[in-house]
Ligand binder design. Structure first.
Ligand SMILES: *Cc1c(COP(=O)(O)O)cnc(C)c1O
Length: 396
């Protein structure tokens, strides 16, 4: 059969055609009025996409670049910092903070789970200068309770809260300013529907003040310097100009989803991910599969491989039979689970398609009879119920 190559991975994600066209035709030099206008419009729109009034910076790097910037700009060697980790991306925070000489305290929760808020309370001694966490842990599919975590921090400490929301933004409702998140981080290859290469963050005034006392070395990733340049409509070094053009088109698309209101479009995009995720969970469970995460995120669904089957076989079968790219487990989780993302430019038909394919993949790798239509039926029921409770999704 004919196969269309499709990405179901938690980054990179499917590309928005309008964004691809915008970047293919973009030629402006970055020190021109035209580019400055685009740059400034994108930075302003990004505030609505994130849902913040704080200053936003967009840098040419992968998501990890801005994770590193948040460590080097906010923590000095010897500073006590707390990392909350329950997966490979949480472990990245530990590695980064150690690389910059921080005194790292780690609260870890087993893969697939999230943190008990009381354990965070106990770890949050007055000397903790910063707390690092993910909004959604893309390696396990878990959603962490950022509202609950920020409430504890704001109540009992002066620590800054830095949230890697690289798959959380655009898939998860996050009240960044209301909850007091100091730095929130995203990446272009996730819900923004454009290729990898840009990462961004919104930074609170408390965090900007902290940067003046930080002694860690930084040069390219000096956020204070970028903030000064951004105020003039520029970046300090050559920006990824064509990716900015793509980003501008993606933000317009999200604004149209909100009928001219970008913040509303963001909410619709998030509800879309929530509904696709709920359909996927119901479909997988209807086939007798178990979910890996106890508090599943809308960004992606991590599904346990059936007993005795390496999940690599499932990933391979998706690719060979349908040219569908789903993700295996990372690190120690390799072989145990597979991950289907619902991030960004991803819709009802993608969801139904991957669940239909899952029924065949499962039949082939297990050699057992699968009740065809079981996953689809469960997903259809979720969709019908979801539309009645989310009328904005019908109109969008
Ligand atoms: C994708 C992702 C990252 C960033 O990875 P890069 O490869 O550096 O872009 C970081 N954290 C999470 C949770 C992610 O999903």
């Amino acid at each position: 059969m004919l196969h269309k190559n499709r990405l179901f991975t938690p980054g990179p994600t499917p590309l928005l055609p309008a964004a691809q066209t915008a970047m293919a035709s973009f030629t402006a030099h970055h020190r021109t009025a035209d580019f400055r206008a685009l740059f400034q419009r994108v930075l302003t729109d990004m505030k609505d996409f994130i849902g913040t009034k704080n200053d936003v910076l967009v840098l040419a790097c992968s998501g990890t670049g801005v994770m590193e910037a948040s460590v080097s700009n906010l923590a000095s060697p010897g500073d006590k910092v707390l990392v909350l980790t329950a997966g490979k991306f949480g472990e990245r925070w530990t590695g980064l903070a150690k690389a910059f000489g921080c005194n790292v305290d780690v609260l870890s929760s087993p893969y697939g789970t999230t943190f008990a808020l009381n354990d965070i309370r106990a770890k949050l001694t007055p000397d903790v200068r910063a707390v690092f966490v993910q909004a959604t842990e893309s390696s396990t599919g878990a959603r962490h309770d950022i509202r609950g975590i920020s409430k504890i921090i704001r109540e009992q400490s002066n620590a800054l809260l830095i949230v890697d929301a690289i798959t959380g933004l655009g898939t998860t409702h996050l009240d960044v300013d209301g909850w007091g998140v100091d730095v929130i981080i995203g990446g272009s290859q996730k819900a923004l529907m454009i290729p990898p290469g840009l990462a961004y963050c919104a930074v609170s005034e408390r965090a900007w003040k902290r940067m003046d006392d930080t002694t860690s070395p930084r040069y390219y990733f000096d956020l204070r310097k970028e903030r000064k340049s951004a105020a003039k409509g520029e970046s300090s070094y050559t920006p990824a100009t064509s990716l900015f053009a793509a980003l501008g088109a993606a933000l317009e698309f999200i604004r149209e989803m909100g009928k001219g209101d970008l913040a509303k479009g963001r909410e619709v995009l998030i509800d879309n991910a929530e509904l696709c995720a709920e359909m996927t969970r119901a479909g997988a469970q209807a086939l007798g599969l178990k979910l890996y995460a106890t508090s599943p995120a809308a960004a992606l669904t991590a599904i346990c491989s059936p007993d005795g089957i390496d999940s690599g076989k499932i990933v391979k079968e998706f690719r060979e039979s349908f040219d569908a790219v789903v993700a295996n487990g990372q690190g120690e989780m390799k072989g145990q689970l597979f991950r289907i993302a619902h991030i960004g430019y991803y819709d009802y038909l993608d969801t139904i398609g991957i669940l239909g394919a899952l029924e065949h993949v499962l039949a082939r790798v297990t050699g057992k009879t699968v009740a065809y239509g079981a996953a689809l039926r469960a997903a259809q029921e979720v969709y019908a119920r979801g539309l009645s409770s989310h009328p904005q999704l019908v109109e969008a």
